[in-house]
Design a protein around this ligand. Structure first.
Ligand code: ZN
Length: 241
């Protein structure tokens, strides 16, 4: 059983299409989406349609919450806010209803899935450092918690009270450890690598791998320019920040 885990698509259809093709090549059994389907990018409706079709579980992120009025637009920076206002103007009624139907936490088979953090899923905390990781481990009992939100892929383990940030893109899940695994972002990576990022959990082998795949960034950027989305949001795609 192999589970593909994707997050932070942000209405980037070219990136999502490339990731879905890569997941198909990896012979994935099911796909779980950790949220932020929309925001920043030019194809919110097309991305939601594809995700509804391809994913067995879909969670909401803070940008999705903003679109359905559950999150204050003032909590976003001006570029993000501008893109969210544009998204609200183009999203279909049906897709709005779909976003309204999404949960923020999913637990299954001793794995936990959230958009931002297990402690306070709708406070949208970021897990970057030792202290925050240590704190977040207090809020779940599952073997591993998969998350997104920061757009920075990361594998963190906890053995007894010891926290380690694991180097590399692959981890064999040890029975005596717990894990926080950030699967990175499909549509707007921020670890200085522009390639889309996603995770694969091989349940039978107890292995998690983070994968990268390139996509035609210029196509997305041209669509963003045509939709008059902030130029900064388009240019950052090229540098992965
Ligand atoms: Zn995001």
């Amino acid at each position: 059983m192999k589970i593909g885990i994707i997050s932070d698509i942000h209405a980037n259809l070219e990136a999502l299409t490339a990731v879905l093709a890569a997941l198909a090549r990896l012979k994935i059994d099911q796909i779980i989406c950790l949220g932020d389907l929309v925001g920043y990018g030019p194809n919110p409706n097309e991305c939601i349609d594809l995700i509804r079709q391809e994913c067995s579980v879909v969670l909401a992120g803070n940008h999705d919450y903003a679109i359905i009025g559950q999150e204050d637009l003032e909590r976003f920076n001006s570029h993000a806010k501008q893109a969210l206002e544009w998204t609200r103007s183009v999203i279909s009624a049906q897709n709005l209803d779909f976003l309204r139907s999404l949960e923020v936490v999913f637990s299954h088979d001793n794995y936990l899935y959230v958009h931002a953090s297990p402690a306070r899923p709708t406070d949208w905390d970021y897990v970057f450092d030792d202290w925050e990781a240590q704190y977040q481990f207090n809020f779940f009992t599952e073997h591993a918690c998969f998350l997104g939100h920061s757009h920075v892929p990361m594998i963190i383990s906890k053995m007894q009270d010891h926290i380690s940030f694991i180097e590399g893109v692959r981890v064999e899940l040890a029975e005596n450890c717990q894990y926080l695994i950030n699967v990175g972002s499909v549509g707007q990576p921020r670890d200085l690598k522009p390639e889309s990022c996603f995770g694969v959990l091989d349940v039978s082998r107890q292995v998690v791998e983070l994968h990268r795949v390139g996509y035609p960034i210029e196509v997305t950027q041209a669509k963003m320019a045509a939709a008059k989305l902030p130029e900064h949001l388009a240019s950052r795609l090229k540098i992965g920040y």
